[in-house]
Design a protein around this ligand. Sequence first.
Ligand SMILES: [Ca+2]
Ligand SMILES: [Ca+2]
Length: 232
Amino acid sequence: MRIAAALFAIFPQICAADVSFARYVDPTDAYGHGALAGGEYAALEVGLTDGRSLRLSYPKAVFEDTEPRLADLDADGEMEIITVVSTFDQGARIQVFDLEESVIRPIASTAPIGTRHRWLSIAGIADFDGNGLVEVAFVDRPHLAKVLRFVEFDHQAELWTVTSKAALEGHTNHRIGESAISGGLRSCDGTPEVITANANWSRVLATRRYETRDIGPYDGPQSLVSALDCED
Ligand SMILES: [Ca+2]
Ligand SMILES: [Ca+2]
């Protein structure tokens, strides 16, 4: 027992490797959507704090996103990995993974949009309504439906639940064919807000606690950058 305890003290990472980084790898045209330029990947790579790296891929789906996002959704001190997975026949969904004994494990997801070549773009991750649980904000079909959705992730007794908290029409954060997602998360006064453009890219919108307000004209990409910098 003493030896085991001593080894754990010296090499805690052997017993508790955590997520160090995550990235999408292996760009692919297998899905052939092309909405997000350069944004379709065959695999997710997760680096561990002990130096190892793991990979995960799907036979009939791709990662369709700019980058995986790390956030501790259940406040247990370990990062979850938030991704966008697009299946060839059902389109995009938010897919969350964690590490379980150094295996990338899918733990929670939204329902897929339901149609091939229909996408969603993540806008921000925070506790947007202050109830202690984290929501992921995303634009559902930023070129078509343009709905800003908030979904809450809750982890209780080994069970993850995903709950829709709000659906607000008239938002977008991506133009078809661009490689980046525009707007995002800001917190100018301690309350998280999502910055988006309105549906026809003429106004900048700020949404806090599921209420949207118009904060000025959209005069090009700099308008959203300035808003993220709390300059409105
Ligand atoms: Ca966690
Ligand atoms: Ca919340």
